[in-house]
Design a protein around this ligand. Structure first.
Ligand code: SF4
Length: 414
């Protein structure tokens, strides 16, 4: 059988990498221009977007080194027992592709993950070698994100961090029980041990650079992880609790949530249907509330129903506000920043604008309307100089008044 060309390998290994959500752009409606009709496509794989530490949105070549794997994680299309086309790059091929795409200005960096071939150490050596060629032989200064393998020798994982801007290790599933059932070759203690080691390596490197200007960098953009949503029975409350523990214990930059997508020839232990994509979106919103709005994980859990699930029709902030109506309305002219951040419809930018504006005058509802995107969601929860929402906060139908219409929901669901 003839060897696949680089282009054929790229097609297979870029497609295989699309299941990794670490670049976190949710799905969109499928469109392409194959057959000469129209321009552009939403289905192409291979280049994804990520945010650099300075906030720039950058394009990354997103590929697997190989989709061969000796593990058999039930939810993964690349698992040992899966019947998919396989391919494998050499580290040199990964480096050459990255450099060629970079020189053509298609990408600003590389996102490299891999199935496990021969052993975790062997695979990790190949991943490190690809990064080494780029950094040492070509002085490549673009962004590199490497997926590391928790079962590999910690020294190899450490070397990955010396070449990469960001490293990540997937915790895969929110509960230990789910991991044992769906990824029998993986071990949560090993995964968390590797996350802990990387956390301390990052801290040590930062400390060393404070003292010695030329001390080596180690994953300066930090580490992240990914959890699959909807492949096991874990509730949103379980997922939020796990994410919060991961942020606290390992100082992660991001936890990514990836809605499980049914794969061809799926194992019988998996659900037949994918969870609604809006569930993934609600989890990202709750993640945002914990990281930027001062919500405790317990408060997010208070917004869930008796099965621990977040509502799909409204966002978690509104769900919390509707459950705790006694906390509202808040006075836009006197409330603290923390109280304002809890008002549904007020984001961090709007709160910043309100705090700046009220230094100069007492705000009326119209003034607030000029500072924010939409006043309708905010009105029941705010008091202004000329506005007090009498009885509005207590209305039994407030939820249906504020829930987005179906068409708006589609925007998120896309
Ligand atoms: S280790 Fe598991 S999740 Fe990773 S490629 Fe192999 S089968 Fe897929």
């Amino acid at each position: 059988m003839s060897q696949p060309t680089i282009l054929q390998k790229l097609e297979i290994l870029a497609d295989a990498a699309k299941y990794d959500a670490s670049c976190a752009s949710s799905g969109t409606a499928k469109k392409n221009s194959l057959g000469g009709k129209g321009v552009g496509s939403t289905e192409g794989m291979g280049i994804c977007h990520a945010y650099a530490p300075d906030g720039r949105c950058i394009s990354l070549l997103k590929i697997l080194l190989t989709n061969h794997c000796i593990f058999d994680c039930h939810y993964c299309i690349n698992r040992k027992s899966s019947n998919v086309r396989r391919a494998r790059f050499t580290p040199q091929e990964v480096a050459d592709l990255t450099l060629n795409f970079y020189r053509r200005n298609y990408i600003e960096g590389l996102f490299l993950s891999s199935g496990i071939i021969k052993s975790s150490n062997h695979t990790m050596e190949l991943i490190v070698e690809a990064a080494r060629i780029l950094r040492e032989e070509h002085d490549f200064r673009g962004y590199i994100h490497l997926k590391t393998i928790p079962e590999a020798d910690p020294e190899l994982v450490h070397q990955a961090g010396l070449y990469a801007d960001r490293v990540s290790i997937n915790v895969e599933l929110p509960t230990d029980h789910g991991l044992t059932r769906l990824a029998p070759d993986k071990n949560s203690r090993q995964i968390e041990g590797a996350l802990a080691k990387t956390t301390s390596d990052i801290a040590e490197a930062k400390d060393a650079r404070r003292r010695f200007r030329h001390a080596p960098r180690f994953a300066p953009a930090g580490q992240s992880t990914q959890m699959i949503v909807g492949a096991d029975k874990a509730s949103d409350a379980d997922i939020v609790g796990k994410a919060s523990r991961l942020y606290d214990s390992f100082k992660l930059r991001r936890v990514y949530y990836s809605a499980f997508s049914p794969i061809p020839d799926a194992s019988a232990v998996l659900p037949l249907k994918r969870p609604p994509l809006i569930r993934e979106h609600r989890l990202y919103q709750s993640d945002w509330l914990m990281r930027f709005y001062g919500y405790q994980p317990g408060e997010i859990m208070q917004a869930t129903d008796s099965d621990g699930m977040l509502p799909l029709d409204i966002d978690p902030k509104l769900a919390w506000a509707l459950k705790f109506r006694e906390q509202f309305p808040v006075d836009v002219n006197r409330a603290s920043k923390e109280q304002l951040l809890r008002v549904p419809g007020l984001g961090t930018t709007a709160v910043k604008r309100i705090l700046a504006a009220r230094r100069h005058r007492t705000l009326r509802l119209d003034d607030v309307a000029r500072l924010i995107v939409s006043i309708s969601k905010v009105r029941p929860f705010l008091v202004a100089l000329d506005w007090r929402p009498t009885m509005l906060t207590d209305r039994a139908d407030l939820r249906s008044l504020l829930a987005p219409k179906q068409e708006q929901l589609e925007l998120f669901a896309a």
